[in-house]
Design a protein around this ligand. Structure first.
Ligand code: SAH
Ligand code: SF4
Ligand code: F3S
Length: 521
């Protein structure tokens, strides 16, 4: 069947672009001497849509037979920006590359394919990527056969795709967050056509199961859901990641069981808002708390999750988390602002009082819980009093650590159109005051641990001193202590000797029982 050709004129509003081919749904144009093949391009209008369209799950994603040798004697290199979601997408792409016969390299000069897996959350994240593309231009000139690709959240933005097409002709491939599984096909298109290939889907997204994943170490990410329907007014994620859709519990559980069998020590369940898990199931009542209850009985030592939205954090979940076991006492709970007025303009859909009440309930049920958060300062119109409400909520809730950000306007989001009368110097000053408070809170929470014996999972050797090992407690605190390399990958007990602001020094109480625990990941 012949595919219809879409009108992409809004993506090439540059006068010197010429359409040279329109066939099979693809448009090829010439711009600055480069042929650009658009298979599909992002569209904000489509990205905003949240229709009733059924989410399809695809299980059959085998790499085509003729692609299985495509990367023989070739190397790939992926640079990953942004959140854990992107880190995990990179693991999927690594899996795909390796199934095509490519090998990983850490040396970009050796690479035959370089991918930038990008983040669009704040302007400085985007600036970094464009800066990197500038550096890679020289490499591409030295090695014209190099394939340079841009994927991830920035690719979902029409303005970015437009800029890549007009200003970065040395980019060969642009694809988005919904079509990662198409990587082998797209690479083939680039190699055979030698055109810049663009394929970005804006549709709400399906779920693609059974993709290969190349994981390292003893800790694994596990997606439980994709997308976000919250549409906080400052945030670009609902546009770049599509609508909320949950993987079926049986698929998640099968993956976790498999990781347990392979000896992984820790998993982190991933979603932009894991508390919304299961809301989209038409045929069953099964939510995040039910999933956690089921995962509790799987023999994997530590289970984390990120990120949770305060709004959907229900009593059932608190009750399940309070049972402990492999469900650890670390809860990352972004609250963004302590002012009800600002929260309203952010469209977070909870008040300061509701957040305080949630924290009270969590602390009552899980007294040793370590809470961390994300906070934005300088949201449009934020007053000094409103900012001080953020400072006071940090104290009241005894947050141990927080990622703090200056608000960054994102094109196409409602907040970007709000009047902003807070000067940048004021925003910066608020950020430093907040950071000073967070440092104080972090040190205070670490000081409470002095003399205590805690379990750590030993994650690696310190870069500066090979005699020093580092690990994490159940509550996700970073611990440094002396010990030999062969303790890495094991659980052990350490006693906290000296609390620092962002980590704790400790000493081994008893070495791990290496023989009993020596199944590696
Ligand atoms: N889904 C997660 C957040 C993902 S983005 C959640 O809701 O918790 C990670 C953090 O980036 C957010 O929590 C927020 O603090 C920050 N952030 C998002 N958009 C931003 C923007 N436009 N400017 C500054 N910070 C932003
Ligand atoms: Fe962004 Fe809000 Fe969704 Fe988090 S919940 S990803 S901040 S829209
Ligand atoms: Fe960035 Fe996309 Fe994650 S915008 S924070 S990489 S979901």
């Amino acid at each position: 069947m012949k595919k219809e050709t879409k009108d992409y004129s809004k993506y090439f509003d540059f006068s010197d672009a010429k359409v040279i081919r329109e066939e099979d749904g693809k448009t090829t144009l010439r711009l600055n001497g480069r042929h650009i093949q658009i298979q599909s391009a992002p569209d904000y209008k489509d990205e905003k849509k949240r229709g009733k369209e059924e989410i399809r799950i695809h299980y059959d994603n085998a790499i085509p037979e003729d692609m299985r040798d495509f990367g023989r004697d070739k190397f790939y290199y992926i640079m990953t920006y942004g959140c854990q979601m992107n880190e995990h997408d990179t693991e999927v792409m690594r899996g795909l590359f390796e199934e095509m016969g490519y090998a990983a390299t850490e040396d970009r000069k050796q690479a035959d394919v370089i991918l930038l897996n990008t983040c669009a959350i704040r302007e400085n994240a985007e600036d970094k990527v464009f800066g990197e593309l500038g550096h890679l231009k020289t490499l591409k000139q030295e090695k014209p056969g190099l394939i340079l690709g841009v994927c991830g959240c920035m690719s979902q933005e029409a303005a970015v795709v437009n800029r890549l097409m007009s200003k970065h002709p040395h980019v060969d491939l642009v694809f988005g967050t919904h079509n990662i599984h198409r990587l082998p096909h797209l690479l083939r298109d680039v190699v055979f056509s030698r055109e810049m290939v663009i394929e970005v889907w804006s549709k709400e997204g399906d779920i693609i199961e059974n993709l290969p994943k190349k994981r390292d170490g003893m800790r694994a990410w596990v997606n439980i859901m994709y997308g976000c329907d919250k549409f906080c007014t400052y945030c670009i994620v609902p546009y770049t990641r599509g609508k909320e859709r949950s993987r079926l519990p049986e698929d998640v559980i099968a993956e976790v069981r498999d990781l347990a069998r392979r000896g992984f020590k820790e998993i982190t369940l991933l979603g932009q808002n894991v508390n919304a898990y299961g809301k989209d199931f038409a045929d069953r009542q099964y939510r995040f708390a039910d999933l956690m209850e089921d995962i509790r009985s799987i023999d994997i030592p530590r289970v984390r999750f990120t990120t949770s939205h305060p709004r959907d954090f229900d009593d059932h979940l608190i009750e399940v988390l309070a049972k402990g076991g492999n469900l650890v006492e670390a809860i990352h709970l972004p609250f963004q602002s302590g002012s009800t007025e600002v929260l309203k303009r952010m469209s977070r859909k909870y008040t300061r009082e509701q957040f305080l009440e949630l924290v009270r309930k969590i602390r009552e049920a899980i007294p040793n819980a370590v809470l961390t958060s994300d906070i934005i300062v300088g949201f449009p119109g934020e007053t000094e009093e409103q900012f001080e409400e953020t400072l006071s909520i940090v104290r009241e809730t005894r947050i141990s650590m927080a990622y703090t950000f200056i608000y960054s306007p994102r094109e196409g989001t409602p907040a970007a159109a709000m009047e902003d009368n807070v000067p940048m110097s004021v925003k910066q000053e608020r950020l430093s005051r907040l950071n000073a408070l967070i440092a104080e809170m972090s040190l205070k929470s670490n000081q409470q641990l002095v003399g205590e014996t805690v379990e750590v999972l030993v994650e690696g050797q310190s870069k500066n001193n090979p005699n020093v090992l580092s690990g994490r407690t159940r509550s996700n605190k970073l611990i440094h202590f002396e010990g030999p390399k062969d303790w890495v990958g094991h659980f052990m007990q350490v006693r906290i000797t000296k609390p620092m602001t962002w980590y704790l020094n400790a000493e081994a109480v008893e070495p791990p029982q290496l023989a009993a625990l020596s199944h590696g990941a």
